[in-house]
Design a protein around this ligand. Structure first.
Ligand code: PLP
Length: 389
């Protein structure tokens, strides 16, 4: 039996929606993107949602709109994809790469407080809802509480976290700004795409302008629709980050399916949790929030040093049994650019190091059958005991 690491499942409805856009003659940003923004803001219980062409673009717009720049320090967890840190360099600021909490791989209040103690003033913190789980936001040990006390802007890299919630409500409903990904293998997709969500009026206004070449469309629209479309003004050297309607049409169908997708992933996660719980050489993902708050984008397991085989060998042996896996992540402090420019050494990241040595992510997506989930389970059990098929 083959179980790829990810499969999109049936996309007939999405195909029909794209065909409709193509026949309409309006291919770039238009009514589909506007509708997706309105629905997404509603789901996040937020005032503003801006559709863009990637989560990376959303993160860039967020950090730019917050006015972060050269001389500013921005805390980023090491257990993430490069996009979370590269946007800090885009605006000329300095990433402070920090370790994560063992078990959850989250950046918590205490880790942020340690970074403040070690480095002094921090302008912003980018937290990653690793695998779809949120950290505690409110109360004494809440990271949002701490950011508010310290005047630190909180950017949520919510690439794994739609739909998900924290103790403060849906992701995007509190905090300064949350950035979602609609990349092909994320929890909902537009092929490529992303969404910036915020309640901050000024941030939304700036990001809206910078998303499209620095064109102040609100000003232009004040003149009325009878003004020719060549009459626009540019107030900044903006970017080209808008989401075309071709993609937004896919997103509208996926948005309607997203809640069902999440439930399907939760069922798979719970089946894995039940059927792998007795393996002594494996840590399963540790959850501190109720299962139905979790987006379950990833199911990362960690092989202990005492396991019969190494992580790399487990990946090969699983592949020989038809099971695709992935690794989340080779930590940023092990990436040449961040290691060399920030002088990072592994000893500063003991939790991420321990996870990195043993981590692999099992397939978890709505189109998986129960038989496929069970094949993954029996394959994991087999490779840890008997080696390859
Ligand atoms: C996928 C991902 C991104 C980037 O998303 P894009 O839409 O591809 O730009 C950023 N952060 C994390 C944690 C991701 O997994």
């Amino acid at each position: 039996m083959q179980v790829p690491y990810f499969a999109t499942g049936d996309l007939q409805e999405e195909l029909d929606a794209v065909a409709e856009v193509l026949s309409s003659g309006w291919l770039t940003t238009g009514p589909k993107a506007a509708t997706l923004e309105r629905l997404f803001a509603g789901a996040c219980q937020a005032d503003h949602a801006l559709a863009v062409n990637s989560c990376t673009a959303a993160l860039h717009l967020a950090i730019e709109a917050l006015g972060i720049g050269p001389g500013d320090r921005v805390v980023v967890p090491t257990m993430t994809f490069g996009a979370s840190a590269e946007v800090v360099r885009y605006v000329g600021a300095t990433p402070i790469i920090v370790d994560v909490e063992p078990g959850t791989n989250l950046l918590t209040r205490d880790i942020l407080a340690d970074a403040v103690a070690a480095h002094g003033a921090i302008a912003a913190c980018i937290i990653v809802h690793y695998g779809g789980q949120t950290p505690r936001m409110l109360g004494e040990d809440g990271i949002l509480t701490y950011c508010r006390e310290q005047g630190i802007r909180l950017i949520e890299d919510a690439a794994h976290a739609f739909p998900a919630r924290s103790d403060a409500g849906p992701v995007g409903s509190v905090g300064d700004v949350a950035c979602f990904s609609f990349y092909a293998n994320k929890t909902m997709t537009t092929g490529e795409g992303g969404m910036l969500v915020t309640n901050d009026e000024d941030l939304a206004a700036r990001a809206r302008i910078m998303r499209l070449h620095g064109i102040d469309r609100d000003v232009w629209e004040r003149f009325g629709k009878d003004v020719a479309s060549w009459q626009y003004d540019m107030v900044a050297p903006g970017f080209k980050y808008n989401m075309p309607d071709v993609n937004a049409a896919i997103g509208l169908v996926q948005f309607e399916r997203a809640r069902g997708f999440r439930v399907a992933r939760q069922r798979i996660a719970e089946r894995y949790l039940d059927s792998l719980a007795d393996l002594p050489e494996v840590s399963l993902p540790h959850t501190e929030i109720p299962h139905d708050w979790h987006a379950w984008h990833l199911f990362p397991i960690v092989l202990h040093p005492a396991a019969a085989i190494s992580r790399d060998r487990a990946i090969e042996d699983l592949s020989a049994r038809g099971v695709g896996t992935s690794v989340h992540y080779r930590p940023l402090h092990r990436m040449t650019y961040y290691r060399d420019t920030l002088n990072l050494t592994p000893d500063v990241f003991p939790n991420a190091e321990a996870t990195w040595r043993g981590c692999l992510s099992l397939p978890i997506y709505p189109s998986m059958t129960v038989a496929q989930v069970d094949h993954v389970v029996s394959s994991v059990r087999a490779v840890l005991n008997d080696g390859p098929a």
